[in-house]
Design a protein around this ligand. Sequence first.
Ligand SMILES: Nc1nc2c(c(=O)[nH]1)N[C@H]1C(S)=C(S)[C@@H](COP(=O)(O)O)O[C@H]1N2
Ligand SMILES: [Mo]
Length: 421
Amino acid sequence: MVHGPFRGVVATYGRNMRRTPFSPAFWRSPLRGPWFTSVLGVVLLGGITVLFVTGLLSYAAYNPDLSAVNDKTPGKGLLGFYLFSWPTDPHWLYRLTQGVHVTLGITLIPVLLAKLWSVVPKLFTLPPARSLAHALERLSLLLLVGGGLFEFVTGVLNVQLDYIFPGSFYPLHFYGAWVFFGAFVAHAVLKMPIAWRNLRQLREERNDLVSLNPDPPTVSRRGALGLVGGGSLLLFGTTVGQDVDGLRWSAVLAPHGADPGSGPGGFQINKTAAYAGITAADRSEEGWRLVVKGRTGTVRLSRAELLQLPLHSSALPIACVEGWSTSDQWWRGVRLRDLAALVGYDGDPPDLFVQSLQRHGAFRRAALRANQVADPRSLLALFVNGESLTPDHGHPARIIVPAAPGVLNTKWVAELTFGDL
Ligand SMILES: Nc1nc2c(c(=O)[nH]1)N[C@H]1C(S)=C(S)[C@@H](COP(=O)(O)O)O[C@H]1N2
Ligand SMILES: [Mo]
């Protein structure tokens, strides 16, 4: 509301100009302004940089250069320049990087939305472009806003709706990340000095975000920031429990349910045996043979024969790309490097290609690197937490490798092929 002698003038102006978003008078929130936008921008500068780095790490962790089976984005070309051999230490590495990636991404949603809301009048600035430079700047903003929304939406859908895009989530999210981050860096370089000035002075400069005829405030700018922060905190608090045993009940937003049950197999399950089409006959002592192939030929082993080999224990978590993870579980089984030795690799073991009994579905095959095979904690596990594997956790035998993404820990293993990939 405007008072005083100008009231009539402004009201007339308002009546005529307020109708379309293309007129500055349309935008009435007293919250918009450089300070509000700058605070949110600085939070996103840090947050999105961490998301980008942990996202690239997540991709590297898949061993995408090892085989077409692991490569979630074939044709990545130059964008794969940074790939490196994913280490096996510390054994919780992927649990940390992917937990941060997903939890932080979800936590930043309110900040992203508030930031976009705070600058939305700029979307409608006329004329669309005053100069070539201005046109390029607006184009980069399109990539920035479009790319940002795209990354957050595909990320959340992947976690919540179980790979809704058949086979194509990874390339979409990966290429989208590069487009988004390119625009993000350009934006940050251009705007950081301004944002910094706005924050240091802690007073409002007039810029084109400040409403010309603001409505009376219903909440202060700090109050509005508090609401955004509260929204973030709420999302954080209902997500982070999926990575913490004692807090799993609190992860009401977690897609796999907050109660994984109890007993030796009482930790999170991704796909069940029933879902994967693994029958009791497939897993039976008579029906199942592990096939091990390598330099010196093929060896077939029943589960009873595997139990005659030296058994070892290692405490390792399952950490899924979806962001959930378990604490360390006690796995017991045959070292992968001992199995390599059975087929002619006595010294340094080579890469390993693993195939599951599972006939259909995305995660039934995986490739492991030589460094992963060589680690003494990497097992073909037969037991977990003191009992035989449960059907849902991969009985008769599953792979477990330190620091690797869950998807490389193939369940219901049928065949191991050792050799350079
Ligand atoms: N054969 C097979 N192995 C698999 C999967 C699968 O669907 N099929 N899912 C993988 C994924 S994505 C994860 S996160 C882990 C989950 O292991 P868990 O269900 O024992 O926790 O198993 C991996 N191994
Ligand atoms: Mo997973």
